[in-house]
Design a binder for this molecule. Sequence first.
Ligand code: BGC
Length: 747
Amino acid sequence: MPRVLVRAFALTLATLSVLAPALSGPAQAQTQAQADHALAWKTGREAEAIERRVEELLARMTLDEKIGQLNLTGRGDGFDPQWVATGRSGAVMNFIDPKEIRQLQDLVQTSRLKIPLIIGLDAIHGFATYFPQPIGQAATFDVRLIELAAYWTARETRAAGVNWTFAPMVDLTRDPRWGRVFEGAGEDVYLASVVAAARVRGYHHGGLATSVKHFVGYGEAEAGRDYNSVWIPVSKLLDRHVPAFQAAIRAGAFTAMTSLSAMNGLPATADRTLLTGLLKGRLGFRGFVVSDFASIEELIHHGVAADGAEAARKALIAGVDMDMFSGLFIRHLADEVRAERVPVAAIDEAVRRILRVKFHMGLFEAPPVDPAATAGQIITPPAQAAALEVAREAMVLLKNDGDILPIRPEIRSIAVVGALGMSDDDWQYGDNVGLPRIRRPTVQAELARQLGPNVRITADPAVTTICGTEFTDREATLKMAREADLIVAVLGEECEFMGESASRTRLDLPGVQGRLLDELVATGKPVVLVLKTARPLVLTDIAARVPAIIQSFHLGSQGRVAIGEVLTGRVNPSGKLPMSMPRSVGQIPVYYDHLPTGRPYRRGERYESSFVDERNDPLFPFGFGLSYTRFSLDQLALDSARVPLDGTISGSVRLSNLGARDGREVVQVYMRQRVASRSRPVRQLQAFEKVTVGAGANQTVRFSVPVEALAFHDDQGRRHLEPGLYDIFVGTDSRAELTATVTVMGR
Ligand code: BGC
């Protein structure tokens, strides 16, 4: 029976459906979640009852107790548990030991009002079991898996007593120089929105409240330098940066975090138009807004506040409800109220939002954490299985000349080179030191296990540290490489090369790894490069010389098992790039949904919008990724060539697997308004679906996109949806070449 999947995704509400067999959807995560603390905003009578309880509680609170609820403190400098006992800290962060958390929860019971703590942590891509980094999760283009990763992350985090996470980060990222691109879903608005909603659902099913961040525009830091200024006109803000936040809010995000940066000259933490006007007003966000780490204090460095009191006042009036770690709310707000510079109604509104979240999370009824039960709930077999499943799909095969992958039966010896394939302790962002560790197999051990005793595997880290700064014994490494039939080089970025404040100007392999790769290629032996990076690098020279490249973002606890499976062919790779990979740093930002310009690049002539020393297109485009089989698309057909403004553009396309292996392919539907009142992007992703097709088989994939998803904004913030001709492009990456045209009719 054909089954039509209908999903509502944020601003763009685009859907794409498949004729049987349909994907199983997030059902698995839902069933599992019924057993535990699934979170959701309550509705109807329950929501009304909560509002009454909030007001009753608020009426009983002293000014100091109210301000205490706005104060987020935590492990680190000078934390005093008595703040919790005396109601001076309504929220804490960075605790991962359930015994410590239990002590804090018990202390709350000694406070006058016994208002439960909200307990936060950056559970970005795992707690004890790690999943691929968020950018790698996005590369799966598989909504079910993305939701599953968040679900298991939440289950483990919640088992330790933590009930709130500072995720998902939904900042759009178009500049790989920025070290935080790995925390997001890449460059595309629609993909980012789908991923944002899936991650919120997954975290909430697993019992962890979300904080969608960083509102807003943080990913556009000038030159990719972290915390740098951003300049974003209203039209771009609403069309590109806001949709993923809106998707997260519609999916039920409980809280939102401000950005550390200043947008258009005003730090986000002091921007009332952004926080109160846009987020709480236009987007209808009911939860609370937390500042980013010390971002209230940083208003002084930004030069918009003379001192702590002014910073606290400005942030609260702008719409920040909770102060993360600067301590300025608790230090100054009571005096500000007494001096009548801050109305008590503004404090009440912030407290109301925080209490509302605590009630909707069920914290007043929840039992405290049982530290004895935590160990049995982390690193469980289902969490490990989920981590493996996601890692398998997160790898992007960029190149496979001569089909050297999967490893051929005639290969009798393999040299695995590179510390990133063999360090015991795969570095994870926000690693929770002190938790039980999972011993991760090395890539060579996995290859040996999967290929059996007939293939000789040798291995050498080649570089002294995992940052690749120095050779261990260059000659020995090269000798080992020369003696093998195939070289598998596992290289990339770790340590200080990724994460917050890890911006780069050169997007090459750090340290001596570039030289190492050159020398491996010079041996004349075939080289397979497995890249473990947190961002797209510039691979132009490498791709010209290395026949096979797998882009894996850091894949988490089961990553090396998954790498082994892809190399040996047990798993057919199916990941797709969520960010374009530039040819050179000078091209950045390079992204597929740019505007056409008055002089589009067409014939490569002078006086077109182009470079004299570089092509315009990326080395590998958004949405790109190869498979061990070959897919083709044809028979694109629209249900109707004329659609009303309130209608839906729908149609179908045939996906054929022309090879001898089963595989998964992502069918991508892009659209463009041909002539509009403003210049519109050359194409934008509006729907996608990942489909499994057996060897030699084909499948009809249906898609549908509500016309309203094609709306855009002007710089006054007005929304436009215009009749006219729309081009449709369907393909397996953003260069999609199958085309059709639809006429959207006016009213
Ligand atoms: C980061 C946030 C993070 C917070 C708490 C900040 O520096 O920008 O994304 O959630 O620290 O760790």
